[in-house]
Design a protein around this ligand. Structure first.
Ligand SMILES: [Zn+2]
Length: 335
């Protein structure tokens, strides 16, 4: 084990002790009302890992942990809905102190199965960002899920070649390492080329794609009727920094129009796929008429100064225990 890994594990153990939780409580009490700060949580999947062999695990939170986190935020923050934030920016309506917004990216089926029942029971509003080419197209699978699944299911005598070198897949650790390298490589390529490359790698490993995991339109319409806000997340989930300016605009607006067509209405809100944004992308969104857009970059937003098209979020994944989340929601851990 490397020194960094040892230190990381030691830090994680320390954070998850009762003494650290007590320390956090003291800090939180000192934070006061914080009228101008907005925290936005990002989730992807709420599912038990045990139910999902070969599925990309890092974006997954168990239903038990999710419920614990939601009970905490319901008690410690004022959970607002996306319409509240729009009214703040458009009409100048004030937000309560300690405002917090709950968002989910990618519209995975487990949102409806596991997350929404918990949110509903606790009376918490949520926003789901939908890549709109995926609902009702079970053959379309997110590239990271396809790649992770292919590497996890490949025979152990197989290897995978890439411009970064050749990766053996003998052990689970080697498969994880291969996935991390290949994922980083994919993000450097133009979107269309990246998707072709992932397809080639997966085909060379000869493993079938994972089962479909995105909600269909009927399920999305039912969620809207029950109070969920949907938001645009492009159609095909490209990194917006890896497509031409025309395609950026098209992906964003098509996604909005798909939501309008399928659900009757759509708010001018957007989440950048995988957080891919730069000044040009933000400008395209501004010109296209979007009012709010969300990054994946970590941070707490100061409503007096934040760019409403570059709102930062706090990502919650499988390593985020409640003390880690509470720590991340602290101002001094913010970017
Ligand atoms: Zn996404």
């Amino acid at each position: 084990m490397t020194i960094q890994k040892t230190l990381k594990n030691a830090a994680r153990r320390a954070i998850n002790t009762p003494a650290f939780t007590h320390f956090l409580s003291l800090l939180e009490r000192r934070q006061g009302e914080q009228a101008d700060l907005l925290r936005v949580l990002t989730y992807h999947r709420v599912e038990n890992l045990a139910r999902t062999a070969g599925v990309y695990p890092r974006i997954m939170v168990t239903p038990r942990d999710f419920e614990q986190q939601m009970r905490y935020v319901a008690a410690a923050y004022n959970v607002i809905g996306m319409p509240d934030l729009l009214r703040f920016y458009v009409d100048g309506e004030p937000l309560p102190p300690r405002s917090l917004l709950i968002t989910f990216d990618d519209a995975y089926v487990d949102f409806a199965e596991n997350a929404w029942p918990i949110l509903r029971r606790l009376g918490l509003p949520a926003t789901l960002f939908v890549p709109t080419a995926f609902p009702d197209h079970p053959e379309r699978v997110f590239w990271w899920d396809r790649l992770y699944h292919a590497l996890a299911q490949a025979d152990s005598d197989q290897a995978v070649s890439s411009p970064l070198g050749r990766f053996s897949l003998k052990t689970p650790a080697q498969r994880e390492q291969a996935f991390s390298h290949l994922r980083d490589h994919v993000k450097t390529l133009p979107h269309a080329e990246a998707m072709q490359w992932v397809e080639q790698v997966c085909q060379s490993l000869g493993t079938p794609p994972p089962p479909a995991a995105v909600l269909g339109w009927d399920a999305l319409r039912r969620l809207v009727r029950e109070g969920v806000t949907l938001g645009a997340h492009t159609r095909n989930h490209p990194l917006m920094t890896r497509v031409a300016p025309d395609a950026m605009r098209q992906e964003a607006l098509d996604s909005l129009h798909d939501l309008e067509r399928e659900t009757g209405a759509a708010l001018p809100i957007f989440a950048y796929p995988s957080g891919g944004a730069n000044a040009e992308v933000v400008q395209v969104l501004r010109q296209a008429g979007f009012v709010l857009a969300f990054l994946t970059g970590h941070g707490i937003n100061d409503l007096k100064t934040a760019d409403r098209l570059q709102l930062r979020r706090i990502n919650v994944g499988h390593n985020t225990s409640l003390p880690v989340l509470r720590l991340q929601m602290h101002t001094w851990t913010s970017a």
